[in-house]
Design a protein around this ligand. Structure first.
Ligand SMILES: *Cc1c(COP(=O)(O)O)cnc(C)c1O
Length: 210
């Protein structure tokens, strides 16, 4: 078995040990810093989607693997909106109503997740948890909003932050009157906690590629 496929199988084993069914979780391989060949190996091994965090690095890889499903997971600057609208299956890192207005203006039906800064760290993007419900209501009137995304806190137990995002998803569903099925939580260092908190989508880099 190729190395990537072995690492993917090991991740699925660890998901199973948390009590979750790996088939219920989408695994998104984060390919930042990896080659297009690495990304192709991930697709061949059966990951659901690929993700990049910078538009500049993403566009050549999208061109190299146009049939793959690509997500954007890093902060999107407003001056890049024209370059990305409609190119990514999902923009997970939408972090303002203003950006949603700009994307909606491109008329590409861009699917998005609302990024929430549940760890309340100044250097992380995302709307403040207190603003999430209002932002979700405004954004869902502009674009197909599919759920919420967050990064775990650095260096501390991610449990409380993850539980807060899971709660906010339900609040946002109530407020918008729409199903928001996606809870994008969990990276290499904290995906097991994310599984236990109800994640539906893991964003994994190092644990799959190294
Ligand atoms: C890089 C990155 C990941 C993956 O991180 P790993 O620790 O390598 O698994 C997930 N989400 C975002 C937003 C990232 O930038």
């Amino acid at each position: 078995m190729p190395r990537f496929a072995e690492r993917l199988a090991a991740v699925r084993e660890r998901i199973l040990l948390t009590g979750r069914d790996p088939a219920e979780l989408e695994i998104v391989a984060v390919t930042k810093g990896r080659s297009a060949a690495d990304a192709a190996e991930a697709v061949a091994a059966g990951v659901a989607a690929l993700a990049e965090n910078r538009v500049q690095e993403a566009l050549p890889k999208l061109a190299a693997l146009p049939k793959a499903e690509w997500h954007l997971v890093g902060h999107l600057q407003s001056n890049k909106v024209a370059q990305v609208a409609g190119r990514f299956r999902l923009i997970q890192s939408l972090d303002s109503v203003r950006l949603a207005e700009l994307l909606a203006g491109r008329d590409a039906g861009q699917r998005v997740l609302l990024q929430v800064n549940v760890s309340r760290e100044a250097r992380k993007s995302g709307v403040r948890p207190e603003e999430a419900v209002a932002a979700a209501r405004a954004i869902s009137a502009l674009l197909p909003l599919e759920g919420l995304m967050a990064l775990g806190p650095a260096g501390t137990d991610p449990g409380p932050a993850f539980a807060e995002l899971a709660r906010l998803r339900l609040d946002c569903q109530d407020a918008t009157g729409r199903a928001l099925p996606v809870l994008s939580l969990g990276m290499s260092g904290d995906f097991e906690e994310a599984c236990r908190a109800g994640s539906t989508m893991l964003r994994l880099g190092r644990v799959l590629f190294e």
